[in-house]
Ligand binder design. Structure first.
Ligand code: FPP
Length: 268
């Protein structure tokens, strides 16, 4: 909770401190310069559980609270798209007990949260090789997406059985099929066409990527789509991530100069 607050911690007093600081942070956000799309790597659940002398799944369960809070905060701010890395292709190699527990947690959370998503007009989407998810998880996901498909305030995208290399591979396969069938020629393939065959086809690229837990890696996440994203790393473990941490990341994002290969003078 204390991390990052020192920068703006001008308020004293035991009870008022955190509330006032959260408001300060929120007020420092320029609503006209919000990232349209934020991508997050929710890391540190296992280490958080260990700190609390609990099994790893306790960390994942508490991670759901952070998911809820961050989704609410992002929607309140007016973020259009929020993508969460909920299960990577590589996560299958974890102990079966943990994988099973995560899949059950996803089903429970999806079933419980659909009503809240609808209340808040949030659309659920998913990216990844979804057909290879366990039947119950896949079904809960499809039901959740169908039940929220008409919502238009924010889109929450869960990356499930996702990896950036898989995404680029499946886009390549689609393009090769189209070339073989004569629908396109290889000369016609440009970056826009590749982007339109990724699982994120209709989404703008994330401008901000946040990873928790102090790790500084992309871990095979949205490799194409993050080409120009601002990367933000925080030592906070995911189950402890709260609205103020999101606000802090956005304030930091807004202080950066995004040059896209140009020089400062060309941006001004
Ligand atoms: C990484 O922490 C976290 C995951 C692999 C799973 C994330 C899942 C949730 C937060 C719960 C469900 C999510 C939704 C969207 C309902 P880690 O286990 O790698 O932590 P460690 O690096 O400390 O071991």
């Amino acid at each position: 909770m204390k991390w990052g607050l020192g920068l703006i911690g001008t308020h004293q007093g035991a009870n008022g401190f955190i509330e006032a600081t959260i408001m300060d942070l929120k007020e420092r956000i320029d609503s006209k310069k919000l990232p349209r799309h934020i991508a997050m790597i929710m890391d540190g659940n296992g280490r958080w559980a260990k700190q609390h002398n609990k099994p790893r799944v306790f960390g994942h369960r508490n991670g759901v609270k952070a998911v809820r809070e961050v989704t609410e905060a992002a929607a309140e701010l007016g973020i259009e798209y929020l993508t969460l890395y909920a299960f990577s292709t590589e996560n299958w190699s974890r102990p079966k007990r943990e994988v099973d527990a995560l899949m059950r947690l996803l089903v429970d959370t999806l079933n419980k949260e659909v009503a809240t998503l609808n209340k808040n007009k949030i659309k659920l989407r998913a990216i990844g090789n979804l057909e290879l998810l366990p039947t119950k998880t896949h079904r809960a996901l499809l039901e959740g997406m169908d039940a929220t498909k008409d919502n238009d305030r924010m889109t929450l995208i869960l990356a499930l059985n996702y990896s950036g290399k898989w995404d680029i591979k499946q886009a390549t396969q689609q393009l090769i099929q189209k070339a073989i069938s004569g629908e396109i020629t290889s000369d016609e393939i440009n970056e826009e066409m590749v982007a339109n065959h990724l699982s994120t086809a209709s989404l703008p690229d994330p401008e901000l990527m946040i990873r928790t837990s102090g790790e500084h890696r992309l871990s095979n996440y949205l490799l194409w789509q993050l080409a120009y994203a601002e990367l933000y790393f925080t030592p906070v473990f995911w189950p402890d991530f709260r609205k103020n941490h999101l606000y802090q990341a956005i304030v930091d994002f807004q202080s950066r100069e995004r040059r896209f290969g140009k020089i400062s003078e060309q941006i001004a």
